[in-house]
Design a protein around this ligand. Structure first.
Ligand code: FO1
Length: 319
């Protein structure tokens, strides 16, 4: 499969733009490369939260209140597990459980996460390709004021409350990025790479930490465009702003552009951050200013169209 557009994303925030892209592109023209640094083994099951959030979102099955899991979920399994004194800090809904059980069975049978995802996602009604960033384990681990915490222990178990000192992406040095993504990035016909407004340090960095993927992104002929997850000095969702403060970074869209320096050709800034445009452009990327806050399907599609139009202008400028 040779997509025209490759989107890079994590879970909730990034999936919104991925959904917008999926509504304006024919399915064969879009592939979504998803963070697996959040993946972990829980209760003997292989859980891939970001792959699942993107899957459920594109299938229209996602739980919009929680931001993760399935809509109209029931929790009998968790209620019973709690009664039995089992581990109840991470919630697996009754219907969501089926995905983890089936994925785990097939992984144990020797199939790759990529192959399993390619088979299961159309069964749930997802048409574009969803590619896990790697079939090898990469695990995000945080050094915090409460010690070293695996990602889900930090994010869900401790609600992202501990102060983060540093972040490691264990296994990223040796993990082989998804070969389909490398092939897409090397294809001269690729028209755009979109870094969705996911948390740069928690959701996008695990992808960039794989040397071969970073090199392929740096070398692709397609314009690479990042959409800022920071608007008016605040994160749209999740602990991005808190984390940036802890890492000693000013909580601005400019800090995110700096994080992507050298990799991106274009940066999409919200209208609220217009005053940062010149400073960011001075660091290298072309800047586009559009409304980036996605409140409904229409705004997801509008942002997707704006990003692809920006990519078109960048392609024409270098042609
Ligand atoms: N997030 C929570 O805040 N609490 C949960 O209990 C939880 C369970 C869960 C189960 C399956 C799944 O696919 C995702 C789940 N998430 C939960 C979301 C997830 O852990 C994080 O949002 C992502 O890893 C960050 O992108």
């Amino acid at each position: 499969m040779k997509p025209r557009v490759l989107a890079l994303c994590g879970g909730i925030g990034g999936a919104k733009l991925a959904l917008g892209l999926s509504h304006i592109l024919p399915p064969s023209e879009l592939a979504i490369l998803v963070n697996t640094g959040d993946d972990f083994e829980h209760l003997g099951l292989s859980v891939s939260p970001d792959v699942d959030t993107v899957t459920y979102t594109l299938a229209g099955l996602n739980n919009t209140e929680l931001g993760w899991g399935l809509a109209s979920e029931t929790w009998a399994f968790m209620d019973q597990l709690k009664k039995l004194g089992g581990e109840d800090w991470f919630n697996l809904g009754d219907r969501d459980l089926a995905l983890h059980v089936e994925r785990t069975r097939r992984l144990h049978a020797g199939e790759s996460l990529t192959a399993i995802t390619a088979d299961l996602t159309p069964r749930l009604g997802v048409a574009p390709a969803i590619w896990p960033m790697s079939d090898d384990p990469v695990r995000t681990v945080l050094e915090t004021d409460e010690g070293i915490l695996a990602f889900q222990r930090y994010f869900v178990g401790r609600r992202a409350e501990p102060a983060v000192q540093s972040i490691a992406y264990e296994g990223s040095d040796t993990a082989q990025p998804n070969p389909l993504a490398l092939e897409a990035l090397n294809d001269p016909a690729l028209e755009a790479v979109v870094i969705c407004p996911s948390n740069p340090w928690l959701s996008v960095a695990p992808l960039l930490a794989m040397p071969a993927l970073r090199a392929a992104l740096a070398g692709t002929s397609a314009p690479v465009i990042a959409v800022s997850p920071i608007v008016g000095g605040r994160a749209i969702k999740g602990p991005t702003a808190k984390l940036m403060g802890e890492l000693g970074l000013p909580v601005t869209a400019a800090s995110v552009a700096q994080f992507y320096a050298g990799l991106i050709d274009g940066y999409v800034l919200d209208e609220a951050d217009r005053d940062l445009a010149d400073a960011i452009a001075g660091q290298g990327p072309a800047v586009d200013i559009v409304p980036t806050v996605m409140t409904d399907l229409a705004s997801r599609q509008t942002l997707a169209r704006d990003v692809l139009a920006f990519a078109g202008r960048l392609r024409n400028a270098t042609a």
